[in-house]
Design a protein around this ligand. Structure first.
Ligand code: SAM
Ligand code: SF4
Ligand code: SF4
Length: 326
């Protein structure tokens, strides 16, 4: 029986964070001094994460995205993914990564059963990339993308657009789709880290499309059933596609199909909800029925929409994207 929330939305997608650690320090995701590292014993074991995934799939979840922090920094991630891929009923196993470690891992991820990769890349310019990520070398990500291509992994490239930071590169990213069969997606910056400049960083989706339209002719295209909230387009003659994701200027909560579980075992009904349900006691008690019931309760408690804007952070408190997994 499909999982339906109290607003009639079918929930079939779990975003599962497996670590709070990261090898980058992106300015929009965590404060400059980083976030307090959790103790090793607070992070769920792979066995516990698997129990959650199994319970979710038994309830009707068809797509799992493994995220973090940076999922590829956690030791044993490939074996964990291989095990997840065996879950009967799971149709899509996706991974979101910053791509830094991808060059060496792409081929084994493919073999483990990962069906697609989302690679976060906000700039193609070395200095801008280093400024946004506070640490990163863009060439490592570029080599990671090439390795993923060589491994025949379908790729989405996600760019968070910030005014005055990387918006000058919107057309360069759009142009990537001319020669490569990737989905390049432009995501509105969300006010996730307390930042007095939030409003000035905002760059609405409509303006992103207008910017692309100054250089390219493009048409809307459809999407498949398990696809995310992007509105998709193709530049005439391009191999790849463009997507615009507008969580703030034109939210898609009415079609929301997802829940999240953090690496500490907290089920979260909405990205921006402060309400979390602790699954650990159920995991520790080996209570599989209780676990399924808790996931159902999480789905039932989903709100109808968020109230975050570029001017008002809504009910956001103590929120760090790195801890929730995006
Ligand atoms: N480390 C991985 C990565 O960066 O892809 C996975 C975790 S990261 C939290 C997941 C996604 O959240 C990334 O695509 C990142 O760009 C996005 N994200 C983080 N903070 C954001 C913000 N303030 N606004 C929009 N997207 C954000
Ligand atoms: Fe790390 Fe991803 Fe957050 Fe960047 S967006 S700091 S790579 S978790
Ligand atoms: Fe779903 Fe919450 Fe995201 Fe809206 S903000 S799409 S309700 S998770």
């Amino acid at each position: 029986m499909p999982l339906i929330d109290s607003f009639g939305r079918k929930v079939n997608y779990l975003r599962l964070s497996i670590t709070d650690r990261c090898n980058l320090r992106c300015s929009y995701c965590m404060p400059s001094d980083g976030v307090a590292k959790l103790h090793h014993q607070d992070i769920l074991s792979y066995e516990e994460l698997f129990q959650i995934a199994r319970a979710a799939v038994a309830l009707g979840v068809e797509k799992i995205r493994v995220t973090g922090g940076e999922p590829l920094v956690r030791k044993g991630v490939v074996d964990f993914l291989r095990r997840l891929a065996t879950l009967p009923g799971l149709r899509e196993l996706a991974l979101t990564t910053n791509g830094i470690l991808l060059e060496k891992m792409a081929s084994e991820l493919r073999q483990a059963g990962v069906s697609r990769l989302n690679i976060s890349l906000d700039s193609l310019q070395p200095e801008t990339f280093a400024r946004i990520t506070r640490l990163g070398d863009v060439q490592q990500v570029v080599r990671g993308i090439e390795a993923a291509e060589a491994a025949s992994l379908p790729i989405k490239i996600n760019m968070v657009v910030m005014r005055g930071v990387n918006d000058a590169e919107i057309t360069d990213f759009a142009a990537l789709t001319l020669q490569r069969a990737h989905a390049v997606r432009f995501i509105e910056y969300m006010p996730a880290v307390p930042n007095p400049q939030t409003a000035s960083l905002a760059f609405p989706g409509a303006e992103i499309l207008a910017r692309i339209g100054e250089h390219f002719r493009f048409e809307p295209i459809g999407k498949d059933r398990l696809a995310g909230p992007a509105k998709n387009y193709r530049i005439a003659g391009a191999l790849g596609t463009l997507g615009i994701i507008t969580p703030i200027s034109n939210h898609f909560c009415g079609d929301c199909n997802r829940i999240r579980v953090t690496s500490t075992g907290r089920a979260r009904s909405c990205l921006f909800s402060n309400h979390e349900l602790d699954l650990r006691p159920l995991l520790q008690a080996g209570d599989a029925a209780g676990l399924r019931q808790a996931l159902r309760a999480c789905i039932s408690s989903k709100g109808d929409m968020h109230s975050v804007s570029w001017q008002e952070s809504g009910a956001l408190e103590n929120f760090a994207m790195v801890a929730v997994g995006g």
